[in-house]
Design a protein around this ligand. Sequence first.
Ligand code: ATP
Ligand code: MG
Length: 784
Amino acid sequence: MANINELLEELNPAQLKAVQHPPQIPLQILAGPGSGKTKVLTMRIAYLITYCHLPPSSICAVTFTNKAANEMRERLYKLLGKDRTSQIKMGTFHALCAMFLRRYSKTVGLDGNFTVCDADESKKMIAKLLKPYKELLTEKNMTLTENGALGFISKVKAKGWTADDARRYVEEMNALTPQERFVRTMGKFEPWEGEFGLILASVYKDYEKSLREANSVDFDDLLMFGVKLFAKHAKASSWCRHVLVDEFQDTNNMQYDLMVYIARASQCVTIVGDPDQSIYGWRSAEIANLGKMQQDFPATQQIYLEQNYRSTGSILALSLAIVSQDKGRIQKTLRASHAQGPPPVLRIFPIEQVEAAFIAAEIKRLVAFSGVRFNSLSRAIESALQKESIPNRVLAGHKFFERMEIKDVLAYLQLVDNPQYVPAFLRVVNVPSRAVGVKTINEITLRAQQLKISPLKVVERIVDGKIPDTKPPVKKKLASFVHTIRILRRHANGGIAPSKLINALVDSINYKEHLIKTQPDADSRWDNVQELVNFASEVEQNGPEDLVRRMFEADEALHEDVPENRDGEESQDDWEDGMHDFDGDQAEGLRASGDTPLRLFLQASMLSSDTETPEEEKSKEKVTISTCHAAKGLEWPVVMIPAVQSGVFPSTRAEDVDEERRLLYVACTRAKGLLYLTHTTARMMSGEFVPTHMSDFIGSLRDKKETRDLFTETLPSLPQPDRKTIATVTGRSLPDEAEVARRVSEYAKTARHPAWGDNAPFRETTMYTMDEDVVANWTPQSFP
Ligand code: ATP
Ligand code: MG
């Protein structure tokens, strides 16, 4: 185990002050990128446990992504050991809510085996729900897309509103005069007015109903129900002695409320954040939460960190120049602790294919220098090239848990865990093909509604001959499906490990065969299924199952010495009632066995799907392709940002230009040693080349004398690599420059035009970065 004292010595005075700040005084650590906020937060957790003797299970640490939670956990393993670390309640707000909701589901009217419905399934659900409104919408000359409806629902959910709340609001607004409305909304235009608003509210109502009928919740629901749980039951958070939140600038109202509720017994809160990196306004994040915290926790103090430990001087200078163009921004100090380093590269290309070829060639040059094995390097570059040619596919295809084969497998397992989950049923009832047509499926769904049972149950009854009017062929077609479900159910009830369950499933449905028959890239898809098995084994070995158990185990002991009810709003009677419910639910949660291995595995997969993929985690030797949003909080030696051009930065769809600029700032400040910005002068839009120009965010800097030298066209010169070393590391000679050039130009010629029309949302801007290990022998300091 690492010695915490030694690590404390590494901190600068401001960082140390933040770590050692008295726990009972609420603290805001506000500082720019790379100033060690996350590091300080992690050290503070260790400090609270080691020096302030807080039980690990009394600490709630909130990260922005699951990946960040995993990283923090790994760092804490080294400081505190696995035993203590695993008791800390750590994760995203969503993951924490999911954990507690499983435990205390009945308190908020859910079943313990609810399924978390992902964005894709939500969209399918909405598509179906919109159908009955089609005529009305056309009649009224209104357009409502699935994304439009989901956007509305998500926005009002972020306010904590149910469908009924939303309807009430719309009705209230509709009753006002335009002037009154203007005053009420403080001049902000809300598109959900008038009849359109009423339609939206009913779509939301239908959606809510469908989710509940399928015994499922969507991501926003996790927070909404979480707030409900913690608000109603002070005891649900009585274990908590300190809440710590990373990336606080991107919390929305519900997340803020969660923080307040969880902290209500102790009033001990530490948050870290950076207003300049607030990039989730479009998802209802409230930068105002910083001020709100000062009101809700009047004793709050602030500490600023001003030393950047991540980037070279020149990368930091450019980044700061970009963000400083925001006139409303509060100026703050951020000093580089690294040398100046080579200036960021700015390059212009005619079209995306050439831009992609440049990126690939440059990656190749850097990697060749670092001496990574040529074989794996070549694969990485090859895929970087391929991915580059179809940016939309990069992202859609990149997220592990969104892949077809993964979703197929998960859907079967979801159905076993939660037979009511209709989206999973619809997904796999005919996968592999059982010749079950749309008509049959519609009949089944209709019958399910009539009988008030799940479609799966209807199918089971059909196969069991309990629905006499079924045609024999239909019964026969469905038999194999029911057979598979029953095998899986039997295994699952016997407590079989999810990894084994997956194997049993793919055997039973002959899934490999199905892939070979239907998919051109069956091999790699089958590899993904194997990867899912690996992921399941990992979860089984040291994953959430164990973590969740430990987190809650420790609570029992804690409840004894929790201070008396400090919540002024609840009377003693409420409190008793609350306790009663709570204990009852706890028993219920266990009875419904909230923690079956299968359920925990499904939850881990669902909650992983925000950013990381298991295979990505492991393959450090690959170039990482990421959206700017998903790169938040992370860092790489080399970062390349393509398409820094009009229509992308800012996106044509963006509502807030300043937020778009901050997004570019976040992207640039991920780089430690080298930063590349590229763009093209033409861009494919709806099948035609449209001229584009450099993003104003950097164009304005290049046009000014004082800031022009912040970039260069010249590629950084790399110190002469030691050929001998590379030869022995790789067992190969250096890649032949001419060969690389030939392949790249050939590629540029043959590459298809990307289907990246202007309807690509700005979030799909890709960012190319290279992992630590790729440039293992190379550091920013290598440059004079
Ligand atoms: P972001 O705003 O991007 O999330 P951050 O403020 O959270 O950045 P960290 O990720 O915690 O910054 O730290 C950035 C890098 O600087 C990390 O590699 C970290 O290990 C290093 N670092 C932080 N503090 C120090 C220090 N005192 N000495 C050396 N390295 C440090
Ligand atoms: Mg951070």
